[in-house]
Ligand binder design. Structure first.
Ligand SMILES: [Cu+2]
Length: 148
């Protein structure tokens, strides 16, 4: 960092000298040097914003299912393959998000997550098909996800 400060101070000084002389002869040379130096910190800065921009949000489809009042808030959800579904427990009790029906998991559930209050989990449905989702704690909690 110190090296860059010294360099940019030098460039700044040179620019000042050039400006004082009113010379435009070799200003392109100094402009190039300045650009090279300013590249370094701007690259580090741009890493932050581009990470928080979450390009995956724009690229892939997303859907949200809320668990509230001992129900999934969506009975039937139709999504495109590759859609990431977020299950959000907005209820006063813990629930599970489990492939199965009437409170029983299917043989080899693709998803079986317990969610405490205010917790969420996300699952990407890559394979087309019809998926029954239930809560192991509350047999009446059922929904269907259709992946096209
Ligand atoms: Cu439940």
């Amino acid at each position: 960092m110190n090296r860059y400060r010294i360099l940019s101070a030098m460039v700044g000084g040179l620019v000042l000298i050039l400006a004082a002389c009113g010379g435009t002869v070799s200003s392109t040379t100094f402009a190039t040097v300045g650009a090279e130096i300013s590249d370094e910190p701007s690259q580090a800065e741009s890493a932050g914003p581009s990470e928080s921009a979450e390009p995956s949000e724009a690229a892939g489809d997303e859907a949200t299912v809320r668990l509230v009042q001992f129900e999934f808030d969506t009975e039937e959800l139709t999504i495109a393959a590759g859609t990431e579904v977020s299950f959000v427990n907005a209820d006063a009790a813990a629930h599970t998000v489990t492939e199965g029906s009437n409170g029983e998991a299917s043989d080899d559930p693709i998803i079986d997550e317990e969610l405490e209050q205010n917790k969420s989990t996300a699952f990407t449905f890559d394979e087309p098909g019809t998926y029954e989702i239930t809560c192991l704690f509350h047999a009446q909690m059922n929904m269907t996800i259709i992946v096209e």
